[in-house]
Design a protein around this ligand. Structure first.
Ligand SMILES: Nc1ncnc2c1ncn2[C@@H]1O[C@H](COP(=O)(O)OP(=O)(O)OP(=O)(O)O)[C@@H](O)[C@H]1O
Length: 506
């Protein structure tokens, strides 16, 4: 320990290829400063001398290849150094993917015919399109982030497509969505509410230098088994859109795709084996997967190998990190709530004691900037947002629910009558109807339908992507209007929204 350290600040010296792991409890924050050497967090490099803030139950690790010294302020519930990490295996994967990217770009640009070194016999000229499978808490999201971050740091202007098909997590948006995001700068870690960085829909773009622009679809539930057919369809929609975006851009296409999946793809619960297999297949088809990584699960690896190796896919078993934290259902629910809250209200971060406060308006951020503090890799400005609560007439907003009964229960139908609603059928929701299920519901606002009426079709709503989210705060049936929390004052008249099963209350 150095004597000059401020009270509450500790110094850790990390040997090469080791990592400092920490876990934060609710309401605590932690500051980490790199003072010597090189270090990274899930592949995003730390800048020497800057103070990085972590909050809202963040769990992560500072890893170093060559050795480093860090100063840590704040009190995590757990902190330790581990010399045993699977980083060498992950880095080897990255190197293999990097070679695939380069071969693929050379091929697309015709460099081989122009005298470049052609690929060896049997070497693929396809870019890496990778699906990550693994059980709950195996570190899938962290590996996806690491691989994407390493690609962006390669100095080749790669912008890999990071796809999240785990509606329980929501990627860089909110839970209930699946999304695809081109990533051109390393994703920073600071809070579990934004494991994959912030999207521009949750904060004004000018506030974030590395804001992400995802393409997202609304599934509306957190569990894949709730409506697997709908999820299958949305995954295929997303895949088609990703392909369209990449078609005209060789650099983006050669950058490849990394797909993070939910843990339900690894183990069937509640008799969902068929759905599990068909959802994996939907991903493989939709994103033209050529590599499947299976994290720390022998049986799943053998099974996946059997199913996909014969079709020409490379299936690789990779070790799970001992640092991955077991996250329970309550933690996940809190992270989802924090995600929605920060979509509407932005973030409020308190620096640990001993560092300048970020709370006081004006003076806080300035003092923090002077102290070289960073929140999610950004200068801490005023991260709070001002959502608008609007009163909307029932007829102004068209609300739909996909594939679920919203009308009277079947028991209320005439004897002998049955109502069949397909999983994919959009049903209009009448807010005046008892049991419409709209109170506190989170709704996704969709892109407008086709301008030409003749081009419209019944299930078009399933193919419209998400442009934002609203929450219904109160319903006034007598006056046929409702109060809605929206990110801005923009009029909602004539808009289309889908409700799922997500609810939120501040
Ligand atoms: N080496 C590490 N050191 C400390 N914490 C880690 C490490 N690797 C991952 N974590 C943390 O462990 C938690 C679980 O990891 P992650 O979300 O990557 O797993 P997952 O398999 O994607 O989870 P899920 O069950 O949601 O699919 C996260 O909070 C992550 O930040």
């Amino acid at each position: 320990m150095t004597e000059a350290l401020a009270a509450g600040t500790r110094e850790w010296v990390l040997s090469p290829e080791s990592e400092y792991r920490f876990e934060l409890e609710q309401g605590t924050s932690l500051a980490i400063k790199l003072v010597q050497g090189h270090a990274e967090i899930f592949g995003a490099e730390l800048v020497d001398g800057k103070i990085y803030l972590f909050y809202e139950e963040c769990k992560a690790a500072v890893f170093t290849w060559q050795g480093c010294t860090i100063q840590v302020t704040g009190q995590p519930s757990t902190e330790y150094i581990s010399e045993e990490t699977p980083m060498a295996a992950y880095a080897n994967l990255h190197i293999a993917f990097e070679q695939m990217r380069i071969r693929s770009l050379d091929q697309m640009k015709g460099n081989y015919t122009a005298g470049g070194t052609p690929p060896h016999h049997g070497e693929s000229t396809e870019p890496p399109r990778v699906l990550i499978l693994g059980p709950e808490n195996s570190g899938k999201t962290s590996i996806a982030k690491l691989l994407v971050n390493y690609a962006t740091r390669a100095g080749q202007d790669w912008a890999p497509m990071l796809v999240n098909v785990d509606p329980g997590e929501g990627g860089c948006m909110i839970a209930g969505t699946i999304s695809a995001t081109p990533v051109s700068a390393p994703l920073q870690t600071s809070t579990p509410a934004h494991t994959l960085g912030n999207s521009v829909t949750s904060a004004p773009a000018h506030m974030m230098s590395n804001a992400l622009v995802p393409l997202a679809y609304w599934y509306g539930h957190t569990e894949t088994r709730r409506n697997p057919l709908l999820l299958d369809r949305l995954i295929r929609n997303l895949g088609e859109n990703v392909w369209d975006r990449l078609a005209e851009d060789p650099q983006a296409r050669a950058s490849g795709t990394i797909v993070d999946t939910p843990s339900s793809f690894a183990a069937s619960t509640g008799g969902g084996e068929n759905h599990r297999q068909s959802l994996i297949k939907a991903c493989v088809d939709a994103f033209r997967i050529n590599v499947i990584l299976v994290v720390g699960h022998e049986k799943l690896y053998v099974e996946t190998q059997r199913a996909y190796a014969a079709r020409g896919l490379t299936v690789v078993k990779i070790p799970k990190s001992g640092g991955v934290v077991e996250l329970d259902a309550l933690f996940r629910a809190r992270a989802r709530r924090a995600q929605i809250r920060s979509y509407f209200y932005g973030e409020r971060v308190e620096a640990p004691r001993g560092l300048p406060s970020l709370g006081a308006p004006g003076a806080g951020p300035a003092a923090a900037a002077q102290a070289n503090m960073l929140v999610a890799g950004e200068q801490p400005g005023d991260f709070s947002l001002a959502p608008a609560s609007q009163v909307v007439a029932f007829g102004d907003l068209q609300i739909w629910r996909i594939g679920e009964e919203t009308m009277a229960p079947s028991s209320a139908l005439p004897i002998g009558a049955t109502r069949v609603v397909s999983e994919m059928q959009p049903l209009a929701v009448d807010p005046a109807q008892a049991g419409a299920g709209l109170y506190n519901a989170v709704l996704a606002l969709l892109a407008p339908p086709h301008a030409d009426e003749s081009e419209r079709y019944d299930e078009e709503i399933l193919d419209l992507h998400v442009v934002g989210f609203i929450v219904i705060m109160s319903i006034d049936v007598a006056n046929k209007r409702m109060t809605v929390l929206a990110p801005s004052q923009g009029s909602l008249a004539g808009r289309t929204a889908i409700v799922g099963s997500l609810e939120w209350q501040d």
